[in-house]
Design a protein around this ligand. Structure first.
Ligand code: ZN
Length: 101
């Protein structure tokens, strides 16, 4: 449980979000990768779980323009394509480490 809590969230680089976890592990999420993972109801069918978003429609150089904490369990990311309904719980982020670690 404690390993899924972030210690530091760095959003100063608009092309990525970096999270340093409470166990010292650091994960870097390119903004485009997070956008493709977006679990919101616009991007994933709530009934079937099918992904509605075409990953190829997300440019690799997409930027994030804001990151907000949601309670103490998630972050909400606003993307350069004005999509801001995605809520990314910390365990979800930790499970989707782009480096595979
Ligand atoms: Zn979404």
């Amino acid at each position: 449980m404690s390993s899924t809590q972030p210690k530091v969230i760095t959003k100063s680089d608009p092309t990525r979000i970096a999270i340093t976890w409470s166990d010292g592990h650091e994960t870097v999420y390119p903004a485009a990768v997070l956008r493709r993972l977006c679990p919101c109801a616009h991007c994933v069918n709530e009934v079937t779980g099918q992904r509605m978003l075409d990953p190829e429609s997300v440019p690799d150089d997409l930027q994030q323009t804001d990151v907000r904490l949601v309670g103490n369990y998630a972050i909400c990311v606003r993307f350069g394509d004005h999509h801001d309904t995605g809520i990314f719980p910390f365990p979800f982020l930790r499970d989707h480490d782009p480096s595979g670690a």
